[in-house]
Design a protein around this ligand. Structure first.
Ligand SMILES: Cc1cc2nc3c(=O)[nH]c(=O)nc-3n(C[C@H](O)[C@H](O)[C@H](O)COP(=O)(O)OP(=O)(O)OC[C@H]3O[C@@H](n4cnc5c(N)ncnc54)[C@H](O)[C@@H]3O)c2cc1C
Length: 182
């Protein structure tokens, strides 16, 4: 989904919450809000999962794991294991790393879609405390990373989508998003 206006002050709007940025902070916020019964849109100008999944925690830990395997082979003798390290195939290491990222990306995408969260591709722009306007095409340079939540103003009140969210909170499940290594 691209284009359009999200979470405006239009009382006819469908969304309770619009989140700019689908990194660890953004998707965690979206999943929790959906769990609490809010209708949520997640705007992402890059890829769902953000820094941690695509260039940060996950790929670096996959590379570190490959290095540990090499170390274990090199030092195998001290464990009474006969093995030799014949070399490192960086193409193979990167293939392993890309596979880990891809598997978690697929899992996260399924989880977000399964919770009914609307994912909007493009760069969102916060134009008021409770309004996000006209996501532009993916790849457009702009605001720095980070998640921002904009809540719609409801007619006759300052915020609040009423007791709907509160009621759903008590029914919230314990499903979990992929966890990043620490
Ligand atoms: C090499 C490296 C290794 C790391 N290792 C670890 C680790 O082991 N453990 C750990 O806890 N942390 C680690 N981190 C830090 C971790 O990646 C960050 O703390 C985390 O990603 C922050 O999440 P975030 O949601 O705030 O931001 P991000 O993950 O950066 O997500 C922000 C997202 O918002 C999008 N965005 C920004 N503005 C807009 C807009 N206007 N419209 C639409 N989309 C927008 C961006 O495209 C991006 O996807 C590492 C970081 C790096 C770089």
């Amino acid at each position: 989904m691209t284009g359009g206006t999200l979470a405006t002050q239009d009382p006819a709007g469908e969304l309770d919450l619009v989140i700019l940025g689908a990194g660890s902070g953004g998707y965690a916020c979206a999943l929790r809000a959906a769990e609490l019964g809010l209708s949520v849109a997640l705007v992402e100008k890059g890829k769902l999962g953000g820094t941690c999944l695509h260039v940060g925690c996950i790929p670096t830990k996959a590379l570190l794991h490959a290095a540990e395997v090499a170390d274990a082979a090199r030092e195998s003798e001290q464990f009474g294991v006969n093995a030799t390290l014949e070399g490192i195939d960086m193409g193979g290491v990167n293939k392993y790393k890309d596979g880990v990222v891809s598997r978690l990306y697929k899992g996260l995408t399924g989880l977000v879609n399964g919770r009914g969260i609307t994912v909007v591709e493009g760069e969102g722009r916060l134009v008021a405390p409770n309004a996000v306007a006209e996501p532009s095409a993916p790849g457009v340079p702009g605001a720095g990373a980070g998640a921002a939540c904009a809540r719609r103003t409801w007619p006759g009140s300052s915020t609040s989508p009423s007791g709907r969210a509160r009621g759903a909170a008590s029914r919230a499940s314990s499903s979990r998003a992929p966890r990043s290594p620490t």
